[in-house]
Structures are given as C-alpha cells and as structure tokens.
Design a protein. Structure first.
Length: 194
C-alpha cells in the first residue's frame, strides 16, 4: 500500500498545548446534530508544507534530502497564529489555517521548490500550510458552525521542519532540518510608472 511522503513542521510541547485548546473549543462548538468528529491524536499534529507524493516505502533520494537542507538555510525561525478552522469536502478534513505569515508561506514554497529541484513532480494537493485536527465524512455541505470556533491568539514557534512518511496511523521522520536563514528579503518594490 502506498503512503504519503511530505515535508512538515511538528509542534513542540507548547505548540501542542495551543492546538489542544483549539481542539477542545472545536469539540465544544460542535452542534449536537452535526456529524461526528474523528479527532487526530497530538502525535499526529503537524503543519503540512506540501506533498511529495505516494511511495511504497520510506526510501528517499539523497537529492531530495539535500534540497530540503538547502531550503532550511533560506528560511528564518518564525512564529505564526491560527486564523480559522475550515472543512475540506474532498478529504473530509477539518483543518486549522494559519493567519497570513510570510515566513511560513516561504517555508511552504521553498519545500515545494526543493521537491522540484530534486527532479520530482510534487503532488498538487495543496501548497497552503494547514494542521488537520479532525475528520468528518467526505462530501458534506459547508460546516458553518466551524466559523464560531475561536483559534486564540497564541503563537506557534517554527524553528525546523521534517520529511515525514506515513506508514499508517503515525508519522516517521526521514530527515529533519533546523531553520537557519536570516530575515526574509523585503518584497520587491514597484515604483510608480507616472
């Protein structure tokens, strides 16, 4: 059976406490007539950065590991907060989406680019960072009750990322890289033409 291979960030104990609070609020906000939630365990929480693909085993090309190591040198450690919860109908996932964070998005983009530089066509499931907290049935109508869940203002610290392999029910790290980049460059400035 093929399983997912992807770069991700996993929270520290402090980050798991933040996510546990959001998960508790999710459970409290669920209306009694809403579909049942299948909650993710704390050891399964991670921010998916992009998807490499499906693989029959945890064999990784050295070029991919090198490309991720290079990407880590360009992204600084940073913090982000969670903005809102959404339901993705195609997968049934209830995900927490980060508030806009240029450094976290840069890490996603650098991870995606690293996969391509290693000569692999990455799966295009998503390039948006997200944390899957639970699952509902697939194909349900919009779950507007999720809009009422307060994600709080606590920050999550990102100082590394890993390449994870999912053999089923858990995530095995096949590589890990500390973020050592300096500050992100300022966005390009376009002067007025007139």
């Amino acid at each position: 059976m093929s399983q997912a291979l992807f770069p991700a960030w996993r929270p520290s104990a402090d980050g798991r406490a933040v996510l546990a609070t959001v998960l508790h609020r999710l459970q409290e906000a669920r209306p009694s007539d809403a579909p049942s939630l299948q909650l993710r365990r704390a050891d399964q929480w991670h921010v998916t950065l992009c998807f490499v693909g499906e693989t029959a085993g945890p064999v990784v090309a050295p070029a991919l590991l090198d490309a991720f190591a290079d990407a880590a040198t360009r992204i600084p450690p940073h913090r982000f907060t969670l903005e809102r919860l959404v339901y993705w109908r195609h997968s049934g996932a209830v995900v927490a989406l980060p508030a806009p964070c240029p450094a976290l998005q840069a890490l996603c983009d650098a991870s995606h680019d690293a996969v391509r530089r290693a000569g692999i066509a990455p799966m295009e499931r998503t390039t948006r960072p997200h944390v899957t907290l639970a699952f509902l049935e697939r194909g349900l109508p919009p779950q507007t009750w999720l809009d009422a869940v307060d994600c709080g203002a606590d920050s999550l610290d990102v100082d590394n990322f890993e390449l994870l392999f999912n053999p089923g029910g858990r995530y095995d790290a096949l590589g890990a890289w500390p973020l050592t980049g300096a500050a992100l460059p300022a966005p390009p400035r376009q002067d007025a033409l007139f």
